[in-house]
Design a protein around this ligand. Structure first.
Ligand code: ADP
Length: 268
């Protein structure tokens, strides 16, 4: 038997992990998305949500129509970064995204809670079916880009997103202290299994600039991202420094006011 690629729809093998029904979540008639990009990381706290937000802001500034699907359901930080608190609306047919100041469409479980500070303590199957609904039942309208902020790692929800949603490519976020090589290799293997393109790497918290002397400090040690990018033939899309202003803008819900997105020159 050939190696399982988790694409039951296009496979005739009757193996133990075969799923009976179609795994695909399809877009509704009101939504037309040119490109869907998932932002992944090996672990939490490396700045994946910040990078997702910066990517969305960079494309929004180019007058592209952009939405973010916050699939990091148990650690949702996208609404906070944009200072959005308006709850998602529904009319029985569609769910409607909440809008940021500059009209970036946001979909997050946190925008469904009565109290945003309440933790989401759901089991895996509930979370995965919600993420599918966030794709198929939302009226996204016409979009140039849908960015999906993935949960860290290669768990249940990640697998569902890659199997069920029409993802065109992934962007991998790492930091210098990450076990970059292993994380990148895992992400590449997962993407390959699902026939999804790896669009490139982002190194976050790459360095810091001393505010007194301007020296570039490698706080987390020397970066290995160049070697890894070369080994796997990947582009480095951005290196983002540790920058207090970025954290502050995120905390205050003002990420759209960021001066530099670090993705100004990136072609997606
Ligand atoms: P993840 O989505 O990977 O869990 P977040 O994007 O939520 O990580 O980032 C974790 C915390 O680190 C947030 O408070 C965020 O504002 C902060 N942070 C991320 N990247 C940077 C950076 N380059 N400079 C300063 N703070 C950062």
């Amino acid at each position: 038997m050939s190696e399982c690629n988790h694409d039951c729809e296009n496979c005739s093998q009757d193996c133990a992990s075969r799923e009976g029904q179609s795994l695909k979540a399809t877009l509704n008639d009101a939504s037309h998305i040119k490109k869907t990009i998932a932002i992944v990381s090996g672990k939490g706290g490396v700045g994946k949500s910040l990078v997702t937000s910066l990517l969305a802001v960079s494309q929004n500034r180019l007058n592209k129509a952009v939405a973010i699907l916050d699939a990091d359901v148990t650690g949702p930080s996208i609404p906070k970064c944009f200072g959005v608190h308006d709850r998602l609306e529904g009319d029985g047919k569609y769910i409607y995204p909440s809008l940021s100041k500059n009209n970036i469409k946001l979909i997050s479980a946190n925008l469904m809670m009565d109290d945003e500070t309440e933790p989401i303590i759901w089991r895996g199957p509930l979370i995965t079916s919600m993420v599918k609904q966030f794709y198929s039942d939302v009226n996204y309208g016409n979009l140039d880009y849908l960015f999906i902020d993935m949960p860290p790692g290669t768990g249940d929800v990640s697998l569902t997103v890659f199997q069920s949603l029409n993802v065109d490519g992934i962007i991998i976020v790492t930091t210098p202290q990450d076990l970059v090589s292993m994380i990148v290799e895992k992400a590449i293997k997962m993407a390959n299994m699902m026939n999804i393109k790896v669009l490139g790497l982002v190194e976050n918290m790459s360095y810091a600039i001393c505010p007194k002397c301007g020296e570039k400090l490698e706080i987390f040690g020397h970066s290995k991202v160049n070697e890894v990018a070369k080994k796997y033939n990947l582009d480095i899309l951005a290196r983002i420094p540790i920058n207090q202003d970025l954290a502050k803008l995120c905390d205050e819900g003002k990420i759209e006011e960021v001066e530099q997105t670090y993705f100004e020159k990136v072609k997606l």
